[in-house]
Ligand binder design. Structure first.
Ligand code: C5P
Length: 289
């Protein structure tokens, strides 16, 4: 694979997620902090001189037409009119249906990488517009900085946060995003905050919540059990779910005996110990406007 361009595709955590409205087309208006973390997939790309776009190791059961990296490559090809194609491989580490943005990040890294390999020279806004057609989280990953995110995901204000370590628990259930957003009892009118409110309230543990979590714990007992586990085993923890779930997480306090803690996690759950990232690991590929 030496002749492939290798691009990181980091996951994100939603430190909180408020649903503040809904557009006429059904999409929800959000306010959230998207924190990049060092749990990451790797996208491997190589140019083809014909226009074929293909995955080298397609995932069993996923229709190539629904595969976000293939769709990202096709959309960039159509938008720019390039005659080039690509071979694409993906090393997956981020669980799917986990609320960690893995599929969106893979798509964003595919756009960033092919924009370089194909020399298509789209700027940040142009790439973000293509990204938004693929998923609401994709523009955030294209911008590649931890950020306060609004709109459906297209209004991005980078912010700087202290370095933190997080414990993530993926409680073994994948949750389809639409299942949570379409629930009639979802709060859709959370009071708006301003970016200035983040400084005083982001890490106080109580002020900012994830509105999607309230629905997810009603539908999936494992999510509730994982939140309760973190609250019980990490004194003072204020666990949250990320995105539409199912991953839950909390900061790891400074003096925690981490190995001792990890040995107590129920065996049917997957866990990750991660560090926050200020910037995308492949930030050099992100164009300016
Ligand atoms: O954009 P993405 O593919 O992540 O969204 C999946 C589904 O989640 C959408 O089709 C929509 O039903 C819902 N969604 C929403 N509002 C958002 C993001 C997603 O209603 N801001």
């Amino acid at each position: 694979m030496n002749d492939f361009l290798s691009i990181s595709a980091p996951a994100k955590l939603n430190l909180f997620l408020h649903v503040v409205g809904q557009r006429p087309d059904g999409y929800h208006l959000l306010q959230s902090v998207f924190q990049l973390i060092d749990l990451q997939d790797t996208v491997l790309l190589k140019t083809r001189s014909d226009s074929t776009i293909q995955r080298i190791n397609p995932i069993n059961g996923i229709d190539p037409e629904a595969d976000l990296v293939i769709r990202a490559a096709r959309l960039l090809q159509e938008t720019t009119g390039t005659r080039l194609g690509a071979e694409i491989d993906l090393i997956k580490k981020i669980p799917m249906g986990a609320g960690l943005g893995g599929g969106s990040s893979d798509a964003a890294s595919t756009l960033l990488g092919l924009n370089q390999l194909w020399q298509t020279h789209l700027n940040l806004d142009e790439l973000s517009q293509i990204g938004l057609k693929l998923g609401a989280d994709v523009p955030f990953f294209i911008h590649g900085e931890t950020a306060f995110v609004e709109g459906v995901g297209e209004l991005i204000s980078p912010i700087q946060l202290p370095q933190n370590n997080y414990l993530l628990i993926y409680p073994g259930v994948g949750i389809p995003t639409p299942e949570i957003f379409k629930d009639p009892s979802l709060t859709r009118n959370h009071a708006r905050i301003t970016i200035a409110d983040l400084a005083s309230h982001l890490f106080d543990g109580n002020s900012f919540i994830n509105d999607l979590e309230i629905i997810a714990v009603q539908k999936h007992l494992e999510v509730k059990l994982a939140i309760d586990w973190l609250a019980t085993y990490i004194p003072g923890a204020t666990p949250r779910m990320s995105g539409s779930g199912s991953t839950v997480f909390t900061q790891i306090p400074k003096n925690t005996q981490v190995n001792d803690l990890l040995s107590k996690i129920p065996k049917n759950w997957t866990y990750f110990v991660v560090k926050s990232l200020e910037r995308h690991p492949s930030y050099n590929l992100i164009p300016s406007n």
